[in-house]
Design a protein around this ligand. Structure first.
Ligand code: NAI
Ligand code: A1CAB
Length: 284
């Protein structure tokens, strides 16, 4: 994203004084708050988070944020409220805070599967909503998010949310119909990559490498391969071909992966996670 926003204001000018709230102070809220603060986009003192778990609140306090056990207090204090509770808690939380929602508060939901319609229908008519699917690499500023505007959210709202999410990785805007698949791909995807890293390291250990070295090599290999895809613009198939010497080691490994159904396993993983996101959204 360029340093100038579509509105003509710099990102920091848009976010400088914004009061950001988190309802739910778990893993994703912690990752997002840390990124917003460390990027300088949001002052720690301008963040308020609520949770019923003191350990989670302590982590936010350690970042310099304000904390409370009262969800309504977050809404009262914030211009932008991130709904960062589990999907089945979203509706009860919205019903709890709806009576005190001001007309100018923007709600941002990161809950898997929960539709814009179900969020808007539990808030006062006209409340602006943006739905986002982020992921945990936000914690190391390497997140991937997709956002969708609700029915009354403006371009300025989506630019604001995009600016915040761009401080913790990449952020794209897309149709709400994409979001369950985004959940199955990039929302859940870090877990698939962690399994791959762990398994590759196990392979190295099986062949006699020390565990620490094997893990470092496996993680750096996935990082490097991902960077090559993003930075060269080459098709991953071409990059794969460039590693496979005729009659060499890699093509042996690729043939083995194909026999094991590696591609199909990943395609199926994205599919079942997408279906699960859809099912979570259907549960009210
Ligand atoms: N963990 C991940 O990789 C991702 C999670 N998400 C979504 O983010 C949301 C949060 O997920 P996580 O941070 O992983 O969960 P988490 O379990 O770490 O955090 C949720 C927090 O909500 C708190 N909570 C429960 N009931 C509450 C209530 N009534 N009021 C206030 N706080 C309450 C819990 O104590 C917990 O700390 C979910 O909806 C999930 O679908 C989205 C993308 C990635
Ligand atoms: O597993 C889950 O339901 C959440 C949503 C995406 C990643 N974690």
């Amino acid at each position: 994203m360029s340093t100038q926003m579509a509105t003509g204001l710099s990102k920091s000018a848009i976010t400088e004084n914004i009061m950001v709230g988190f309802i739910g102070a778990g893993r994703m809220a912690q990752a997002m708050a840390k990124g917003f603060i460390s990027s300088g986009l949001v002052r720690a003192g301008n963040i308020t988070a609520s949770d019923n778990n003191q350990q989670c609140l302590q982590i936010l306090q350690d970042l310099g944020a304000n904390t409370t056990r009262k969800n309504q207090e977050v809404v009262t204090k914030s211009d932008l409220v991130v709904l960062a509770v589990k999907p089945h808690i979203v509706q009860p939380v919205l019903r709890e805070v709806a009576p005190i929602v001001k007309s100018d508060t923007l709600f941002v939901s990161i809950a898997a599967g929960v539709t814009i319609e179900s969020i808007e229908s539990n808030l006062p008519a006209g409340t602006r909503v943006v739905r986002v699917m982020p992921n945990t690499p936000a914690l190391v500023s390497a997140g991937a998010s997709v956002l969708t505007k609700g029915t009354t959210a403006s371009d300025t709202d989506s630019e604001l949310v995009k600016a915040l999410l761009s401080s913790i990785g990449i952020c794209e805007e897309g149709s709400e119909s994409y979001l369950d698949a985004v959940t199955g791909l990039s929302g859940s995807g870090p877990a698939y990559a962690f399994v791959a890293i762990e398994a590759m390291a196990d392979g190295g250990v099986k062949q006699g490498l020390p565990r620490e070295l094997a893990l470092k090599l496996a993680a750096q290999t996935l990082l490097g391969a991902a960077k090559m895809v993003l930075e060269t613009g080459k098709h991953p198939g071409q990059l794969k071909d460039e590693v496979c010497s005729p009659g060499g080691t890699t093509i042996e490994a690729i043939a083995s992966l194909e026999k094991s159904g590696f591609r199909g396993a990943l395609i199926d993983a994205v599919e079942v996670a997408t279906l699960r996101a859809h099912a979570l959204g259907a549960k009210k």
